[in-house]
Ligand binder design. Structure first.
Ligand code: FAD
Ligand code: UDP
Length: 368
């Protein structure tokens, strides 16, 4: 037997596992159906700018161990995510904070802002929020819901906000300070030189072989027969031939342009929160690394319905899909030689730090 593990997917989960396994002397084969490593954190240089090919990626965590772990593979800069929202030409700071409240209502103190939100909440009378719309209004009131949340959210998810789970909006902080930092976490930054180098370093061991452009399902039976253990980071429902039904995802289309100007929008991330603009955000990649190249690269991000064969960027973690996932998860537990992990294998809206954390717990379990 040549390899100890087959790893399906050279994204962050698969690569963290591969790195840790090789560190323990295990021989690993990694396959990915794409023609590059790093999964959705892949970055590529264009005009000297590191372009985040699958959407803006900002690393953030509260966990010192995970921060130190990822810092082994790259140096991180001091980038702090402070996106702005453009609602029909009106610009607001995100996340929802005193700068947003001041611009919207002219209030200057936290007390005035809280009073305004309370007044708006009282006018709709929500007791226990049952969906994203009710959750948003009870957190932040109707004005912000209408201008900054409803249009963006319904474009992003392709559903009415009344038909979406609450947890999605709880990702965003609401703050009564003049602080435009999108995250509350202690550690945050962008790897100087892009994300791909992190995965390159994770996979550089001589004990790791990488094969790109290789889809697991082309040779599933052969792989199952010839590898003692498999770490699988693709879609869990596909692995089981969709026997309990097809899990739903949301997809995206990225439209990149290189512009012959130095600075297009003055910020890395600008969200378009009205319902009519067909994209949700424009990313200007150079600002992640404070670049001063003569040109700039921007990406418009268009949300798309997902069907089999499209890229599954976001799991749709509503009740129906979570219940279906649970059936696949229980089935997966019956075969300990196949480890499911990552955003697609666990059908979870994981950020990068959570993916590393999850991979390290699997490693701990596997090599105890
Ligand atoms: P992936 O990166 O998806 O890797 C899975 C790999 O498996 C892929 O390369 C895929 O090609 C391969 N694969 C799948 N099926 C097969 C198959 N059958 N055969 C062979 N290979 C297969 N996180 C943050 O922390 N901060 C952010 O700012 C942030 N922004 C994001 C923005 C967008 C638009 C998106 C979509 C995600 C964002 N994330 C962010 C989340 C982050 O991308 C994920 O947490 C992380 O990349 C997941 O790693 P993974 O290994 O689980 O999955
Ligand atoms: N959201 C919003 N307006 C914004 C930004 C975000 O309503 O300007 C909502 C939207 O529903 C989105 C969710 O908050 O899906 C989470 O936003 P986040 O920026 O964390 O999304 P991601 O970067 O994962 O796409």
């Amino acid at each position: 037997m040549k390899y100890d593990y087959l790893i399906v997917g050279a994204g962050l989960f698969g690569s963290t596992f591969a790195y840790e396994a090789a560190k323990r002397g295990k021989k690993v084969k990694v396959i990915d159906k794409r023609n590059h490593i790093a999964g959705n954190i892949y970055t590529e240089k264009v005009e000297g700018i590191n372009v985040h090919k699958y959407g803006a990626h900002i690393f953030h965590t509260n966990d010192k161990e995970i921060w130190e772990y990822v810092n082994q593979f790259a140096e991180f800069n001091r980038y702090t995510n402070s996106p702005i929202a453009n609602y029909n030409g009106e610009v607001y700071n995100l996340p929802f904070n005193m700068n947003t409240f001041n611009k919207l209502w002219g209030v200057t103190t936290p007390e005035e802002a809280k009073a305004k939100i309370e007044e708006q909440k009282a006018s709709v009378n929500i007791d226990q929020p049952k969906n994203l719309e009710e959750q948003a209004i009870s957190l932040i009131g109707t004005d912000i819901y209408i201008k900054l949340i409803k249009g963006y959210t319904e474009k992003q998810w392709g559903r009415k906000a009344t038909e979406l789970p609450n947890f999605i909006i709880k990702r965003l902080p609401v703050r009564f300070t003049y602080d435009n930092n999108y995250f509350n976490d202690k550690y945050q930054g962008i790897p100087t030189g892009g994300y791909t180098q992190i995965v390159e370093k994770m996979l550089e061991s001589e004990l790791i072989d990488v094969e790109l452009g290789k889809d697991f399902f082309e040779s599933k039976e052969e792989y199952l027969a010839s590898f003692p253990k498999i770490v699988y980071t693709g879609m869990i429902d596909q692995f089981f031939n969709y026997q309990f039904g097809t899990l739903e995802y949301r997809s995206l289309q990225f439209e990149n342009s290189t512009l012959d100007q130095e600075n297009y929008q003055g910020n890395a991330v600008v969200n378009y929160t009205d319902a009519e603009t067909p994209y949700t955000r424009i990313i200007e990649h150079k600002h992640f690394e404070f670049g001063n190249q003569p040109k700039t690269v921007i990406t418009k991000e268009y949300p798309r319905n997902w069907k089999k064969g499209d890229e599954p960027y976001y799991p749709m973690n509503d009740k129906r899909n979570n219940e279906m996932f649970k059936k696949y998860y229980d089935l997966a537990a019956e075969n300990p030689n196949i480890i499911f992990g990552g955003r697609l294998g666990m059908y979870k809206y994981y950020d990068m730090h959570q993916v590393i954390g999850a991979a390290l717990s699997v490693v701990k379990q596997e090599f105890k």
